[in-house]
Design a protein around this ligand. Structure first.
Ligand code: SF4
Length: 211
């Protein structure tokens, strides 16, 4: 097995439950949850959406909301002015341009307020089952440590991962890298002693020497 397949194979064994940790029941709920998750933990987003989606969960309902009313519901997620503004504007767009349905192409998703490449890729992967690789802070860091990419920007890293990750691993790749970054290969003190990738890791020797 080649090095990159070996990395993803071992990560699959270590994280058999790797999946999106945001709660949602429709592509639209997922889109709202992903917008809320910027600079916020999934746990906090789930606390907010567990309450919010019981009251309101369609683009038609969000599109006619007062911004202040939505801000009160989501303020604990941080950046609530912008997030509320973007959610209402994106909901209006979904109603007016896409017949009330979240679109399922990158180009269309990128026309929605508050939706960048990462958010669009999460929706395409998780809601629509497309083999996209969203790059968040964990995916970015772990990809560098494992020498999967030396890209300077998330878009560069995404392009590199799309080239090097075997197709069979693409649907799960970002979940596995996120879980590894969240629970083992942490930003400050990576837990190398519990990592199954030490013999495949470009940084391991350096981190070991630095200790
Ligand atoms: S060996 Fe350490 S730095 Fe390398 S992937 Fe594992 S946890 Fe991260």
């Amino acid at each position: 097995m080649d090095r990159i397949s070996e990395i993803f194979d071992r990560l699959k064994s270590k994280y058999p439950a790797a999946r999106c940790e945001l709660g949602y029941d429709s592509p639209f709920e997922l889109l709202i949850a992903v917008i809320l998750s910027a600079q916020c933990t999934d746990k906090r987003v789930n606390e907010v959406t567990n309450v919010l989606f019981k009251k309101i969960n369609t683009p038609e309902q969000f599109a006619v909301m007062e911004q202040g009313e939505l801000e009160k519901e989501i303020y604990t997620c941080g950046f609530y002015h912008n997030k509320a503004k973007n959610i209402i504007a994106a909901s209006k767009d979904i109603c007016e341009k896409f017949g009330g349905k979240v679109p399922s192409t990158m180009d269309e998703l990128l026309t929605l307020s508050g939706v960048g490449r990462k958010t669009a890729n999460v929706v395409l992967n998780v809601a629509f089952g497309q083999p996209t690789i969203p790059v968040d802070t964990h995916v970015f860091r772990v990809s560098h440590r494992l020498a999967l990419s030396d890209g300077k920007t998330p878009d560069d890293v995404e392009a590199d991962l799309n080239k090097v990750v075997p197709d069979i691993y693409k649907p799960l790749a970002h979940h596995l890298l996120i879980f590894h970054g969240r629970y083992c290969c942490k930003a400050q003190r990576p837990d190398c002693s519990h990592c199954p990738l030490t013999d495949l890791c470009a940084e391991y020797d350096k981190i070991k020497t630095d200790k």
